[in-house]
Design a protein around this ligand. Sequence first.
Ligand SMILES: [Cu+2]
Length: 249
Amino acid sequence: MLELLGLPVAASAHASEVDHIMVLVHWLMLVLFVGWGAFFVYVLFRFRSGRNPRASYEGARGRFASVVEGGVLLAEIVLLAFFSIPFWSANVDAEPTAHHGTTEVRVVAEQFAWNIHYPGADGVFGRTAITLVDPDNPLGLDRRDPVAKDDITTINQLHLPVGRTAVIHLSSKDVIHSLGMPEMRVKQDAIPGIVQPVWFTPTMTGTWEIACSQLCGLAHYRMKATYRIQTPEQFQAWLDEEAAALQPQ
Ligand SMILES: [Cu+2]
């Protein structure tokens, strides 16, 4: 079943669990589709006008329909209670489980780009202010703030190391966007006024695309970024390179 769904590669620690739930939901949908489809064809034949010239005002008799409905309800309750809710509480609601520490990064969505903000060597995000936002400084980062001096910012380029839990502090400057990272099995709305943590642990290196997953305006179609999962050494080398580029010439 998993192959039939044509899902992208599963490249994060929780991905196989998401896929498992998706497979279960699709099995239920398949059973319902075939079952209800067969019932529909049966009804078309059984209650054809040739045999039933007058409409019945009593409707269906017998308890078959309620038993089937009860079975569908039960299957849905099992999916929710034993799969979806436990998954959500362990992978979304819980504190991030740090695998070899965490990589903290801010992602600020705007029409129509993804602004990425790393805290730099000191591990502390510098101050940002809406009054400092301009085309050269889309994050509004205050470089006069001592802890902001080493901060690294990029546009539409997210780098993360493999095997380490990534915590993305996601927000938006204007309208609702959505951070979609299919290979990580991550999708989270970016909502103005809310900083939403998103966390996951990449398990595979590769280069993929972040696509905005909420229709956010006329140029929504081109609101995409590249995310690159690298070995810790490659990631550190990239950070060093970016940090070196920050030094005044
Ligand atoms: Cu968008």
